[in-house]
Write a protein that binds this ligand. Structure first.
Ligand SMILES: [Mn+2]
Length: 305
């Protein structure tokens, strides 16, 4: 009997772990990570570990088949969900091909640098990512697990391949439509090029004039936006919150010095925060689009390069 316990609370995850549940990617910000017997996390203080789906599929197939109790938090992404499927042995071992779980791992580690639809096995993974209502809840995880099991055992019907590609094109178009401004280091507006080829990161980002992109988003579009500037200030319309991001730690530190965006949060106001590479407005606060533009104006003078 598959048991999924979802929690937002560190203490509850610890209690469930102590009761014998296996935590999957149970990282709780400053509390750190709750690890079980198989140490299945790779965030924060555990970032030296390999991804969880990779280890579960390659090394730990069926390890929790007789006691499939898991504690989870956050979003049921492909990495966490595939790890549960493998540990619980919900599909035959042969259905877990290295090509697929290695791709899940690569996408989890670097979602912005990967043109998923161009990768072998990328279309089925993109299909999973497109599924809706995969909420941060037990129900969301159960739905996601169901999708993953069907994908692995039945494959994706040929007719769905074109639909996946077309939905992704639609998402990227939406992400582009949301672009409000693109600034150089002095705050001067730059045009938005039609077909930027690669994500701007590291020294290549510094070589380009663009620094800050301001967007109002209704879709996830960082893979599109980081091709246009190495700092993205995004207004999530539905949540009414502002996110600030850089494509990776190296780029964030080139632009803002050691600590990357950690040096930026104190300038943005009380409750703003996050990691070196991504974060944003206080959880639960609903902000206006104006704040997004103000955020970009505050960040520009903080750029060191
Ligand atoms: Mn992961």
């Amino acid at each position: 009997m598959l048991t999924i316990a979802f929690t937002h609370r560190y203490e509850e995850a610890v209690a469930l772990r102590d009761a014998g549940y296996e935590p999957i990617e149970c990282a709780f910000g400053q509390h750190g990570s709750v690890l079980g017997e198989h140490a299945l996390d790779h965030h924060g203080t555990e970032s030296h570990r390999e991804g969880v789906a990779l280890r579960a599929c390659r090394d730990l197939y069926g390890a929790r088949q007789r006691d499939p109790r898991f504690v989870v938090t956050g979003t049921p992404d492909a990495d966490a969900v595939l790890a549960i499927v493998a540990l619980a042995g919900l599909v035959p071992a042969a259905a877990l091909t290295p090509a697929f779980y290695e791709l899940v791992n690569r996408q989890d580690l670097d979602p912005i640098g990967l043109a998923l639809l161009d990768e072998p096995g990328g279309v089925p993974l993109a299909w999973f990512n497109q599924q809706e209502h995969l909420t941060q809840s037990e129900e969301g995880f159960r739905k996601a697990i169901g999708h993953m099991v069907r994908l692995l055992t039945q494959g994706l019907p040929a007719s769905e391949h074109a639909a996946v590609a077309s939905r992704d094109r639609h998402r990227r178009d939406k992400a582009r439509e949301g672009i409000l401004a693109r600034y150089d280091r002095s705050g001067l507006s730059l045009p938005v090029p039609e077909h930027p080829r690669t994500v701007l990161r590291g020294e290549a980002a510094i070589d380009d004039a663009a620094r800050v992109l301001v967007v109002r988003s209704t879709v996830w579009g960082f893979d599109v936006w980081y091709r246009l500037a190495p700092v993205v200030v995004s207004y999530a319309a539905r949540m009414a919150k502002v996110t600030v991001g850089c494509p990776d730690l190296e780029t964030a530190e080139l632009l803002f010095g050691p600590g990357g965006l950690q040096t930026v949060w104190p300038h943005l106001g009380k409750g703003w925060g996050g990691r070196e590479t991504i974060g944003g407005s206080p959880r639960g606060d609903r902000l206006s689009l104006d704040v997004t533009h103000q955020t970009a104006r505050t960040i520009l003078p903080l750029l060191q390069r």
